[in-house]
Design a binder for this molecule. Structure first.
Ligand SMILES: Cc1cc2nc3c(=O)[nH]c(=O)nc-3n(C[C@H](O)[C@H](O)[C@H](O)COP(=O)(O)OP(=O)(O)OC[C@H]3O[C@@H](n4cnc5c(N)ncnc54)[C@H](O)[C@@H]3O)c2cc1C
Length: 232
């Protein structure tokens, strides 16, 4: 799995600081009295902690992601306050697809062998279908769009995702939870790492809901899957 931060505003902290300050200042956002970046950081951190999150919507982060499975990307794109551009299985020939092997399956020789066998059968099926369709003049995207019906959820994909900082905090609160599926949790961990590097004032305290609320909203108590255990 590869996660890169492709695009961020030139000074995200300043933008968020101005948005917060505009709410409580008589001055115009671009003419506010300048303060140090430490002061901006302190102020923004405090506002985020208070739950005043709408100013965070002004800053958007764009990630380029590759090597995740379609099982993972399907969960990702359920987050609606975001923009996506995903590699097409019509325009790209996927008959020799790459795939993700879940770690638990990879660790069990018997399971891994069966997994690889089925993947091999699917690839063989893709090749045979491709040949049969080509013999009838059905090639390129017309062939790909039907051959892809054989592809497994394990097939890897490439996707560009843009989310604003408020949506990112929401995404992290759901997907960093130990109850979330391992692959999207790993993706969320990698995205949070990048976010913390460029905007610690907003993301240093980000985490699953149990970290924010102090309890697990799913089991209503201190659940055994709580945050401190996720960062192995
Ligand atoms: C552990 C886990 C298990 C899951 N299991 C399943 C499952 O079995 N089946 C399944 O279908 N999904 C499942 N999901 C996906 C889940 O139902 C959501 O679709 C997904 O997490 C996106 O979250 P969201 O809707 O909160 O947020 P986003 O789409 O990211 O939106 C952010 C917030 O904006 C608001 N919002 C967005 N759109 C609307 C709207 N149309 N109307 C009102 N408010 C809106 C909501 O407050 C929402 O929380 C699971 C998610 C998790 C984390």
């Amino acid at each position: 799995m590869r996660v890169e931060l492709m695009e961020i505003p030139s000074d995200p902290l300043d933008l968020i600081w101005r948005a917060y300050r505009q709410c409580c200042s008589s001055q115009f956002a671009l003419e506010l009295e300048e303060v140090s970046s430490e002061e901006k950081e302190r102020f923004v951190k405090e506002m985020v902690k208070r739950g005043h999150h709408s100013p965070l919507e002004h800053v958007k982060f764009t990630f380029a992601i590759e090597g995740i499975s379609r099982a993972c990307s399907h969960q990702l794109v359920r987050h609606r306050i975001a923009s996506y551009s995903q590699q097409s299985q019509r325009y790209v020939d996927m008959s020799e697809f790459e795939y993700v092997v879940p770690p638990v399956i990879a660790e069990i020789p018997e399971a891994s062998k069966e997994f690889e066998r089925v993947i091999g059968e699917i690839k063989k099926g893709c090749r045979v279908l491709k040949r049969i369709l080509a013999e009838r003049g059905i090639v390129g995207e017309k062939a790909n769009e039907d051959i892809r019906f054989l592809l497994p959820n394990a097939t890897t994909t490439k996707i560009i995702v843009t989310m604003n900082c408020r949506e990112l905090l929401h995404f992290f609160s759901l997907r960093l939870c130990k109850r979330a599926q391992w692959e999207i949790r790993k993706l969320a961990e990698k995205m949070l790492e990048k976010c913390k590097e460029v905007l610690p004032a907003v993301f240093d305290e980000a985490g699953p809901r149990c970290k924010i609320l102090g309890y697990c909203p799913e089991c209503k108590r201190n659940c055994s899957k709580k945050y401190l255990q996720i960062s192995q």
